[in-house]
Write a protein that binds this ligand. Sequence first.
Ligand SMILES: [Zn+2]
Length: 411
Amino acid sequence: MSERGPSGADEIIFDMSPKKKSEYSVPKLKDFSAVALEKAAKDFLSALATESKAAGSEAEWKIFRDRWMARANGLLTQINESWLKAAPKDAKRAAGQCVNELKAKVEEIVGATSERILNQAHSKGRPVGRAKTRDSASDPHGGESPGDRIDITLPGIRRPIGAEHPVIRTSREMVAIFQRLGYSVAEGPVVETDYYNFESLNFPPNHPARDTQDTLFIAGQESKPLRDRLLLRTHTSPVQIRTMQKMKPPVRVVCPGKVHRNDALDATHSPIFHQIEGLAVDTNITFSDLKGTLDHAMKAMFGSSVKTRFYPSFFPFTEPSADVQISCIFCDGKGVRDGAPCRNCKASGWIELLGCGMVDPNVYGFVDYDASKVSGFAFGMGVERIAILKYGVDDIQLFFQGDVRFLEQFG
Ligand SMILES: [Zn+2]
């Protein structure tokens, strides 16, 4: 064994110089009764708490960690030797339990101390470990203090790791499903013109969606013609128009992104939310292709037992149009869960999830496609709505409040 020992911690532990007299050391036990063990454990823990509090920098924490946990001669190793191994046969069990509990406690406190020091350093805006660097630089003996030695068996400092936001994660999952079907991804501006958001999508001038009640318009645009006025896009459909202007059929594209509506905040509404829309245009595309595609996507997202059904609906840019419902994933479409009516589907067994339809031939006129030669379908869904179902979230606002306690659950 070298002068310093493999962990470098020996000197501190056995340093009995006068100034460290008061430092805790592991007593050799003669009495292994429950009372004596309990007393020894209590002293051990109180020393642990005191020394944890005293550690104020990363360098001090490392010394603290080595003193208690170093494999060679840490205090844990010492209680293992002098309390457990030295215990007479009939006291082994009790001593073993005691040592195990203390081991868990030391690991917990050493971890918590590291987190506290890290947080303190962060809140002071000071890079962690700077104190150590300064100490080493001024150390005439080459800067190798016991705390600098690396013992790879010891736990490191845990730094918080970020997690993907549930809305982004859900969006990516859905996009990936369509990418596997051969769709590419297109994005477009969040601030759009009236032309792309409404006119080119066949919205009549008096359509309710154009109303100021629903749309957030950019101020000071009155001098421009209506079609050039700017607004926050109310759906990602303008990206479909922009894509068709750039590409000739066949087109298969999904458009994920952020959209805005002038909605008051409540548990199910938010002025910001996300959509994924899709578009397929080619020769001979039929409603059956639309049904098959969406049925596959819903099964891929929610599980193969999920059923879909299509209800007639209306959208200005599709004809015919349909709302798509999936069988309730909470009650397996029965409408009843645990003997009570299912709240998630209002006991109907179905949940409405998307809108879709065959692209209205009028729309092709805006992008120079020949409506007599091509056909296609489009669909759109709200990402938050899917995330709410998938993760059992009960309030859409949780997605936008940035509360780490909520987001941590998805880490
Ligand atoms: Zn249900």
